[in-house]
Design a protein around this ligand. Structure first.
Ligand SMILES: NC(=O)C1=CN([C@@H]2O[C@H](COP(=O)(O)OP(=O)(O)OC[C@H]3O[C@@H](n4cnc5c(N)ncnc54)[C@H](O)[C@@H]3O)[C@@H](O)[C@H]2O)C=CC1
Ligand SMILES: CC(=O)C(=O)O
Ligand SMILES: [Mg+2]
Length: 611
């Protein structure tokens, strides 16, 4: 019996790497000719395509000799050509397509380019251009990227996940496409978001590209435009009910953890992300980026802004335009900070006034409030029900104006003037994405507050020269923390991702702002230093996981901070050190190992049949 169990275990272990062994098994059963080494190379899960940077020796070994022009090029030359081709593209969407193609055809060159041109390329692979790509996803579709799981696949999710061609997945970003940035329900067109977020995981935190899985759930869409679009590539049906989605997600979480035990799951851009977070956060290694990641990143910006304005937590009054997952997630995180600064929970909670489509959120407004809005609903309004943002600002006299509403331009000139009259340094955070949904632009915030606003936006803006001075915008985007949180969860093998771990990511991020950056008005560190930032975020998140006994990697426990940082850095994927030739050799080794495993499994199976 014990022998039988271990054989089954071995067979399952081999199946978990089944893709590589599948061609051989099929070949053995006679349904498929054995793939030649050269054929297999092109189907390789690891990218070792013909590359102009390969030496002649490598080309010979890879049998790509003759498949690329003869000159062996330096990376600098390759990069020069790429940037020239990129700059020749007439529109942002063409640039997006070009970069997607590059990522799929030469992954290391793509990431090297991203790391060397981070601030120029991020807006093209992430917000704002990814928003346009999602709007047009079914139109611009060229190649498979990520996995699509449809409602009709329920019952078979585990089996389908096993079709993913890379054997070891450590991280997935999953969306149901129901609230893509501020662009609404885009159905499966939302795939651009998991793809973009995971590209940032690799760029910002050095997660190896082959261990990440972009995942989009095809659970229908209520977007009539898409339902009527012949090119739309998702199932043409209305969105399933919340209950049906809940059951689907239950199956998905089990399946993901069976196929890739301990996988880190990032939930992204769900219209109603609260039930999943509540249900899974203490059960699996997962977090919600829009609620928790955004909360952490905005808290870090608020810590910097308060330091800059010289005001205390107890003096803050915040008006939040938009009371969705991001708005309430951000405010909850700030409440925690205010409490650590000495306020009672009630004092902290009362420092927030929320506004949604029906106006100021109060307990006695007369409508049934969604569960997540109740905590911040005002009960001190003496029956007063205010509808418009300007009258709410007059009533509250806020120090902070936060935009997570998706409404472009709602922070208009008169409102910004008002904030500037009320405060020496008004804190203005138009955080909605993409740029076309921002509550105001950087230029507007500077001009209409006479250059005194402490500003952060969700999507990037250009520097702006005001009265002869170059003003620098800050980008308050969860990209500053989610890569470090995910990296920490992977490296520490965290059982769960706790609220304390998320909070640690915020304080870690705020600690990375350099004095000179702070002096120049920046609220966040320069994105050019994002890898350094991710190391510090990951370090502090790991430390918190250890304190809470949520980590399962004992090796890290005895390290001091410097050792831990060095260890994290060492594990980060660095495209500069990658080499397709070496990878292929590694891959061949792995393949040989698997062949030996299969052979020994077969021998043992025959033996056990004889016994
Ligand atoms: N900067 C960042 O890192 C992040 C930015 N966001 C952005 O925040 C925005 C909102 O995201 P979620 O909260 O997840 O969406 P959501 O759909 O959950 O919430 C949107 C909120 O805005 C309110 N709203 C919409 N139209 C309004 C109107 N005309 N007047 C008043 N209120 C209105 C809704 O009532 C709702 O409370 C999106 O644009 C998203 O891209 C989200 C996460 C991270
Ligand atoms: C940045 C982000 O996660 C969002 O806009 O939804
Ligand atoms: Mg999001």
């Amino acid at each position: 019996m014990a022998g039988f169990l271990s054989l089954r275990f071995l067979r399952d272990a081999i199946r978990s790497t089944q893709l590589k062994s599948a061609p051989r098994a099929l070949a053995r059963s006679g349904t498929m000719a054995p793939a030649s080494m050269s054929r297999r190379r092109y189907n390789s899960s690891i990218h070792a395509p013909p590359d102009t940077s390969h030496s002649i020796e490598a080309r010979k070994a890879l049998r790509t000799h003759g498949l690329v022009p003869p000159v062996v090029e330096s990376y600098e030359l390759q990069a020069q050509r790429c940037m020239k081709q990129l700059n020749a593209k007439a529109s942002n969407i063409e640039k997006y397509n070009y970069l997607s193609h590059l990522r799929n055809s030469n992954v290391h060159l793509f990431y090297r380019l991203v790391l060397d041109n981070f601030t120029t390329l991020t807006p093209l692979i992430y917000t704002p251009v990814v928003g346009e790509a999602c709007l047009k996803w079914s139109e611009i579709y060229r190649q498979p990227e990520g996995m699509y799981l449809s409602y009709s696949d329920r019952g078979n999710l585990k089996e389908i996940l096993q079709n993913w061609p890379k054997p070891n997945v450590e991280l997935t970003v999953v969306t149901d496409g129901s609230r893509i940035l501020g662009l609404g329900d885009l159905g499966i067109n939302g795939m651009g978001i998991p793809v973009g977020k995971l590209a940032l995981y690799t760029g910002c935190a050095g997660i190896r590209p082959e261990v990440s899985l972009p995942l989009t759930l095809d659970l229908g869409t209520n977007n009539e435009g898409l339902l009527n679009d012949p090119l739309y590539m998702g199932t043409r049906m209305k969105r399933v009910s919340e209950e049906e989605e809940g059951k689907f997600l239950d199956e998905l979480m089990v399946a993901l953890n069976e196929v890739w035990p301990g996988i880190v799951v990032q939930f992204e851009d769900f219209k109603n992300p609260f039930p999943a977070l509540e249900k899974y956060q203490h059960k699996y290694s997962c977090f919600n980026d829009d609620i928790q990641g955004t909360g952490a990143v905005v808290l870090a910006g608020i810590i910097s802004a308060l330091k800059s304005s010289g005001l205390k937590a107890k003096d803050q009054r915040a008006v939040f335009m938009g009371a969705g997952s991001a708005g309430t997630g951000v405010a909850k995180q700030i409440v925690e900070y205010y409490m650590k600064e000495g306020l009672s929970e009630d004092e902290a909670r009362k420092a927030f006034w929320f506004v949604d489509t029906k106006g100021m959120i109060t307990n006695d407004r007369g409508d049934k409030l969604a569960e997540h809005k109740k905590y911040f609903a005002r009960d001190d309004n003496n029956g007063l029900q205010l509808k418009s943002l300007p009258e709410i600002v007059d009533y509250v006299k806020p120090t902070i104006l936060m935009g997570l509403s998706t409404i472009r331009g709602i922070f208009d000139e008169p409102l910004l003037n008002k904030m500037a009259k009320l405060n020496k340094n008004p804190i203005i955070f138009p955080l909605s994405n993409p740029s076309s949904n921002a509550e105001c632009t950087f230029e507007e915030a500077v001009k209409y507050t006479d250059g005194r606003a402490l500003f952060a936006s969700g999507s990037p803006f250009q520097d702006y020269v005001y009265k002869g001075k170059v003003m620098k915008p800050s980008q308050g985007n969860n990209m500053y923390v989610f890569p470090g949180i995910g990296l920490a969860a992977i490296l520490s093998k965290a059982k769960h991702i706790s609220q304390e771990m998320i909070y640690a990511s915020a304080t870690a991020l705020s600690s990375t702002l350099l004095p000179e950056e702070f002096a120049s008005g920046m609220l966040y560190p320069s994105l050019d230093r994002i890898r350094e930032v991710s190391v510090i975020v990951a370090r502090d998140v790991i430390r918190t996981a250890q304190r809470e006994k949520l980590d399962r990697e004992p090796v890290l426990r005895d390290m001091n901070d410097a050792q831990l940082e060095a260890w994290i850095k060492e594990r980060m994927y660095d495209p500069r050190k990658e080499d397709g030739y070496l990878e292929l050799m590694r891959e061949r080794n792995e393949e040989l190992k698997r062949e030996v495993e299969i052979a020994s499994f077969e021998v043992r199976e025959k033996l056990s049949a004889k016994l």
